[in-house]
Design a protein around this ligand. Sequence first.
Ligand code: GLA
Length: 328
Amino acid sequence: MRLLKTALLTGAFAASMMMTAAVAQDIKIGFIVKQPEEPWFQDEWKFAQQAADEKGFTLVKIGAEDGEKLIAAIDNLGAQGAQGFIVCTPDVKLGPALVAKAEANGLKMMTVDDRLVDASGAAIESVPHMGISATKIGEAVGQAILDEAKARGWALAEVGAIRVSYDQLPTAVDRVEGAIATLKAGGFPEANIFDAPQAKTDTEAALNAATTVLNAHPEIKHWVAFGLNDEAALGAVRATESVGITADNVIAVGIGGAESAINEFKKPDPTGFVGTIIISPKRHGYETALNMFDWVANDKAPEALILTAGALATRSTYEAVRKDLGIE
Ligand code: GLA
């Protein structure tokens, strides 16, 4: 405040410059993610930090794998004097509790990736949100799978699909249902689509879920697989490998395009992981952090709902696609 007063005395221009600097220094914004070890979330943090460095505010990165940790993290941000936070919650049903917690701590809240729901399961529209266009991106997954199956000359009646699912998360349902709608429209037999519910959204949980499906259907000749993210698709691929199904009989397409997918593309021999829909951690990290900064510093609330797009990448195209999206 002392800084501000001096500035006001030295003319309007100098005043506004110094105010921005003084305000930015005092701003602290939290960025809480549900799965800090997942490359997607590491990238979000990286790009959010870029926004903090550019604007001069402090970014507090917190991993909260369950509701208890998340509630403690919000209280902690409040105690530290933060003004707002961005969150990808471990459980969207915590919605009303998080809204109350943020309010009690005087913190502005924006969600990223996973949108909060109320007690009836409806999206909480009062909390600004940035997520992916889940259905569209799921459809792109389905199309990529169909195209590859066609290129390999597979008869769809002989193909099984592993739907790696996490149905308590609406964006996960939208993604897999988008893929299924496109597969069915392309002639994929509905009876050959098998649900593989995962207990967590990581590779290991997907591997376990997919293994159960594979063991139950030895009659299937070729397999396709898809799910919430790259980890889901990769888990299914690891499952096929572990039961001895060769890569030429597997087509899995993920969503994400972060390190887990890229490392797979870099393997000398192609695996069953043939593609990923690359989404933008830059938009989800950098842009949400800027949105929150603007909200705190300039009282400019973010748009209520921002949906981001994706682009298919394969072993042979991922470098160019990443470059196009400005993520390297
Ligand atoms: C969810 C998934 C992440 C990632 C994001 C993208 O949070 O769990 O792996 O796909 O959506 O929005």
